[in-house]
Design a protein around this ligand. Structure first.
Ligand SMILES: Cc1ncc(COP(=O)(O)O)c(C=O)c1O
Length: 332
């Protein structure tokens, strides 16, 4: 399959930041009608990204993470997530496919049928599961987990929740370059805002950096759905700057971007009682998206992001638009 746009733009990093194609790019864009009269709404559908029936935004991160882990000769990916972690499951399934074991520290979250199903799939995935239960215990256990998953002289490849390391964030720099090409080709107008769910920040940070690199003026709006991490403008901009630094350290040469905190908008008003808890607004957005646009959202991430988009469009915060909704949920 095709080489990444990032390597086309920065051929200097082709060897130092290797890429493994795991899905068909570009993902489709389409106009969504019937959601709101306030602004034209478009969708970039990353739900279809990935192979073997498992997709979504994680896959774009793994395209950079898996080869980087191989480059460091790691045998195990060590990461963390909630009991129903999409990220952990994607890492386990794609890691296994590509010769890596995944170990996951699991933190409690509200358990419903979806989470029970995810946990069953995690158990079948071959991942090593550690039920650390709270964020505090996960941090306290981290040194033990590191040693437990060190084989010989090979330490595990450690990844933050959601795969939102600087390397993982490259997945959404790539997606932004892809979007820029779609805008240039006239497949959609340049959006005034790109709205996405924010669980660990990599998607929003990568998009913001990539759009700037491509000269697209769209502003990234992140609907924060996770209350256990700091995910405000400064935190997301700092991750974008770390990713910019990584590109430079690995050999890319380009004028500084230095994304500032006020160049992204993070909103928390659609989080509800906390991570994994549904809200009436999310339920409404999910039903509306299914009925009018055949979009299948879930209430942990994507329905909260669409609820934010609709409310912000209605109260004028997204201007006249057009607005792009990034659909990040992949399992089907
Ligand atoms: C379906 C879905 N959408 C959005 C996100 C948020 O992405 P990020 O963790 O990069 O903020 C996640 C994961 O956290 C997810 O599973």
């Amino acid at each position: 399959m095709s080489r990444p746009l990032l390597h086309g733009r920065f051929p200097e990093v082709a060897d130092t930041l290797p890429h493994l194609r795991l899905g068909w790019a570009p993902t489709p864009v389409r106009r969504l009608s019937g959601l709101t009269d306030a602004v034209p709404v478009w969708c970039k559908d990353d739900s279809v990204y990935g192979e073997g029936g498992w997709g979504g935004n994680k896959i774009r991160k793994l395209e950079w993470i898996l080869p980087d882990a191989h480059r460091r000769q790691a045998r195990t990916l060590l990461t963390a997530g909630g009991l129903g972690t999409n990220w952990g499951l994607a890492a386990a399934l794609y890691g296994r496919e590509h010769g890596l074991t995944t170990a996951i520290a699991l933190v409690d979250q509200p358990v419903d049928d979806h989470v029970r199903g995810q946990l069953a799939r995690l158990r079948r995935s071959g991942a090593v599961l550690h039920f650390t239960r709270t964020k505090r215990r996960t941090i306290a256990t981290a040194p033990w987990l590191f040693l437990r998953h060190t084989t010989g002289h090979r330490p595990p490849y450690v990844l933050p929740a959601g795969g939102s390391s600087a390397v993982g964030t490259l997945g959404y720099v790539e997606a932004a370059l892809e979007l820029a090409d779609q805008i240039a080709a006239g497949e959609l107008p340049e959006p005034s805002h790109v709205v996405t769910a924010v669980g660990t920040g990599g998607t929003a940070a990568g998009l913001a950096l990539g759009l700037r690199l491509a000269g697209v003026r769209s502003r990234v709006v992140g609907a924060v759905v996770n209350d256990s991490l700091r995910l405000d403008g400064p935190a997301v901009a700092a991750l974008a700057r770390r990713t910019e630094r990584l590109l430079r350290e690995r050999g890319a040469d380009f004028p500084p971007v230095g994304l500032a905190a006020d160049e992204v908008t993070m909103v928390r008003d659609w989080l509800g009682p906390g991570y994994g808890h549904t809200t009436p607004e999310a339920e409404r957005a999910r039903s509306l998206a299914a009925a009018t646009a055949s979009l299948h959202l879930e209430t942990v991430y994507t329905a909260k992001a669409l609820a934010a988009l609709l409310a912000m469009a209605d109260d004028g915060r997204l201007g006249p638009g057009p607005v792009l909704f990034l659909h990040t949920h992949g399992p089907r």
